[in-house]
Design a protein around this ligand. Sequence first.
Ligand SMILES: *Cc1c(COP(=O)(O)O)cnc(C)c1O
Length: 405
Amino acid sequence: MGQMEPDKLVYLDNAATTRTSPAALAAMRRIYEGPAFANPMSQHAAGDAALRALEDARARIATCLHAQPREVELTSGGSESNNQALLTGAAYGARTGRRHIVASAIEHPSVLRMLERLASPDGPFGGNFDVTLVRPDADGVVSVSAVKAALRDDTCLVSVMYANNEVGAVQPVRDICRAVRKRGALFHTDAVQAAGHLPIDFTRDGFDLLSVSAHKFHGPRGTGALVCSHRIVPAALVLGGAQERGHRAGTTDVASAAGMAAALEEACGSLEQDTRSLRNLRERLSAGLGRIGGARVLGPAEDGRRLPGVVGITLAGVDHESALVLLDGLGVCVSAGSACAAGSLEESHVLAEMGVDEDEARTFLRLSLDARENDEGDVDRAVEALASTAARLRASAPSGVGSDR
Ligand SMILES: *Cc1c(COP(=O)(O)O)cnc(C)c1O
């Protein structure tokens, strides 16, 4: 079907962001166009309607993640949630004299950059936090034993992502959380790639802090949540009014909250079905890559240990930046890394930590599929485009394989 519609873009960059779903848009429209457009703090009927809509959205988000409504703090997205989670852990550390933080070395920059701030002498809560970064194995998985080995009596916080955004490796966060909490530290997981794609149970798994972002599951951009256990008090990031129980000031974006709730319910409702269709698309993609040759799929091989839609590959002899341009010309949208790394010439820290050498890392492409966005025709068109791109770039490379840059 792809070939019949040459104008249709094949969008395989769903890990960077997803198309906002019609249900999310409709939910947002209802807020903007009805009485609930008002300020939920206002003391009148319109304000009451807004407050009811806000608390309804919060409760539905909580239900999807198996948390209590009061544990769901609305934020501007994954980066802010991660920042706030780390500050919450650091505040706990400063209060209890624990000044050591453990994180995986493959976290999102919104975790790694905040860790640098906390480690610096002029960082928040007195700075000078001691930070240990735990390396993953060659599949991009951080082991429970490696995290356990890094724990100390003065560890206040451990942050390990639920699933990696570049290679799709799902991390053993349930077992890590259990080990961390036994030692009296808080556990945070960046679940931005997992929410709406893998089942999440905040209460059963005993997480202290969990970050989600609406635009990774067909909700609006610029909105997310930090799920913060009722056992702890989140650090305030924005000071001002009493919104979000004083932890995040500013007039609450009720429409975005409603859009996020609608999108998350939809995603969680079709999770099993979506996972099945993504497995089919991924198998079709793998078969196509096999025909192209020289492709290596990174991350764990087993279905249960990877995100259903994220496929990180290296293509021997195919420089990824040139490939991106050629693929774009053929109407195929993929990524040469995470969206933050793309556009810069910096190599991915995730691949480096996995032990992928620099030459191979320069051939990395991330294809992220989505059950609602993509069909078999998309995969066929992407494979066709990858085949012609690989043929062109390999023919022009001096040695036929490998880049000489
Ligand atoms: C996209 C992403 C983020 C950032 O979320 P924003 O809402 O864009 O700030 C954080 N962590 C992971 C793993 C992501 O994929």
